[in-house]
Design a protein around this ligand. Structure first.
Ligand code: C2O
Ligand code: CU
Length: 518
């Protein structure tokens, strides 16, 4: 019925299996929380497969201000490694799922049909939506064919939530600035394995301000979903779920409780792909959709005068002005929109997107093969979008939230202010239309994500925001033993929402909590 049940089942399984509490990795000095899950087969050579670009989903119908889409969640086969198929769970059977493209001023209604063997929940990450459409973790869509009378087999997912059977329409008003959003599964206790199996896709939202800027567009606007995975010899994904069927028993083998790290880096579902680009400006929408891995992304070789990655956008949309970087740190769920000027490289050369936090196979991400320069139609504007700077004086209250390892029933898990997630317990009641400061503290790497409202980073330790904290954020890369302050203007959208760690093994093992907007 709820988290207590999780604690009881998982706790007794732990005790029965005699698994103790291992010291999870991820302390200070590490770059990610988690343990490496090694693939069985030899890994393919990098930069052989062309970068796939997910299909843009076409609406089934449109009326004057609404576009209607349909997605079927299903089991499918994908060709990821050479010579073998990988079973995935995909939106429309693909990984990543189809890209949804929307315009501010039009609503989108996405009809999801669940043909998977388990209940699912869809969350539009970065979307400002009312609770019924936000994908609250117990608002399950039970598999097609199930009815309120026949949900047996899903005892773990019996819920008091706002559930549906087979089909659910998610209504997105999308009255928010242009941004790189993404959608993914959010089923309580099982988000990690569901996303690992493939339930994630891009949602690119546009507006008139962005359009007027003349940024690179069309095939020079590349969404890049970066994930790490681990494979068995038959091509299937490895993931250390205690219950491989994801039916009853949540959680992972305790050796991986700090996070599951794969040794194969996929971009848009392909291992270390290569993209053929012209010597022009490109917009790269970097999304870290990995369960636990953090990356430090850089171009190798860097362009002659450095600053190869010019950031124009953050999680919640465009920055006030571009920020040049040599490297970008990206934690799970974060997005960085960057412009790369490939005319700074000679035609015929190759430049690799590397991960300076990685070693061996995880130190490379993908490659760009540079072709000749074509007429340039885009530019990097000096200023981008209006982003008001929030200050302490705007806030009516300050709350302190601790993100730490702790007891979840009889097992070790992850807690917020000492509490494991319960769908009913409310940590914070906020007044819509007011602004609050939340002071976040953690023991490990915890990328903290708050639903509904984008926020700004006020401080890290004794310093101001970090180099990667600018603009509207919805996820902050909280680092071990660090204290950070964020300032959040709450929208007048009443109801109950979650905030949680986006290291998915932490989220699934209870590092999630509710806030209510009044
Ligand atoms: Cu991307 Cu609550 O999640
Ligand atoms: Cu965490």
């Amino acid at each position: 019925m709820n988290r207590r049940r999780f604690a009881r089942i998982a706790g007794s399984a732990m005790v029965a299996a005699g698994i103790g509490y291992p010291l999870a990795r991820g302390f200070r000095g590490s770059t990610s929380a988690g343990s490496l899950l090694v693939s069985d087969p030899p890994l393919p050579p990098p930069f052989q497969i062309d970068l796939p670009i997910p299909q843009v989903l076409q609406p089934m119908r449109q009326d004057h201000d609404i576009d209607y889409y349909e997605i079927v969640q299903k089991v499918a086969k994908a060709a990821i490694l050479p010579g073998v198929d990988t079973e995935i769970w995909g939106y429309n059977g693909t990984f990543p799922g189809p890209t949804i493209v929307t315009q501010r001023g039009r609503k989108a209604v996405i009809r999801h049909t669940n043909r998977l063997p388990v209940p699912t929940v869809v969350h539009l990450h970065g979307g400002r939506n009312l609770p019924a459409d936000d994908g609250f973790p117990i608002d399950f869509v039970y598999p097609k064919g199930s009815t309120p009378e026949s949900v047996s087999g899903f005892e773990h997912d019996m819920t008091t939530g706002n559930t549906s059977f087979g089909i659910r329409d998610y209504v997105y008003t999308l009255d928010q600035p242009a941004a790189t959003l993404w959608y993914h599964d959010h089923r309580m206790d099982f988000t990690g394995p569901s996303i690992w199996k493939g339930l994630a896709g891009f949602h690119l939202h546009h507006d008139a301000i962005e359009k007027a800027l003349g940024l690179p567009a069309g095939n020079r606007d590349l969404p890049l979903m970066i994930t790490d995975r681990s494979f068995a010899t038959d091509g299937s994904f490895h993931y250390p779920s205690l219950d491989q069927s994801l039916h009853t028993l949540p959680g992972v083998d305790q050796r991986y409780m700090a996070g599951v790290l794969g040794d194969v880096i996929l971009v848009n579902g392909a291992p270390w792909p290569i993209a053929h680009v012209s010597g022009n400006l490109y917009r790269l929408r970097l999304l870290n959709a990995s369960n636990a891995r953090r990356y430090r992304l850089a171009l190798d070789p860097p362009p002659s005068s450095g600053n190869g990655l010019v950031q124009i956008g953050s999680d919640g949309g465009l920055l006030p002005a571009p920020i040049p970087h040599d490297a970008i740190d990206i934690a799970p769920a974060e997005r960085f929109d960057v412009i790369v000027d490939f005319s700074r490289y000679p035609a015929g050369s190759k430049v690799t997107l590397i991960n300076e936090f990685g070693t061996g196979s995880t130190s490379k991400v993908m490659q760009f093969a540079i072709g000749t320069r074509e007429p340039e139609t885009a530019k990097v504007p000096k200023t981008l979008a209006d982003v008001p700077t929030l200050t302490r004086g705007d806030a009516v209250t300050t709350r302190t939230l601790q993100f730490r390892q702790g007891d979840v029933g009889k097992m070790r898990g992850w807690t917020i202010n000492g509490e494991p997630f319960s769908p009913d317990h409310v940590h914070a009641t906020v007044q819509g239309g007011t602004t609050e400061i939340w002071r976040l503290m953690g023991d490990f790497h915890h990328p903290i994500h708050i639903h509904l409202n984008p926020f700004q980073v006020l401080s890290r330790g004794l310093n101001g925001p970090g180099a990667f904290d600018r603009g509207w954020k919805d996820t902050i890369d909280l680092r071990p033993a660090e204290q950070a302050e964020i300032i959040i203007p709450f929208a007048k959208m009443p109801g109950k929402y979650v905030f949680h760690c986006h290291t998915l093994e932490h989220e699934d093992m209870a590092m999630m909590a509710n806030f209510v907007v009044k």
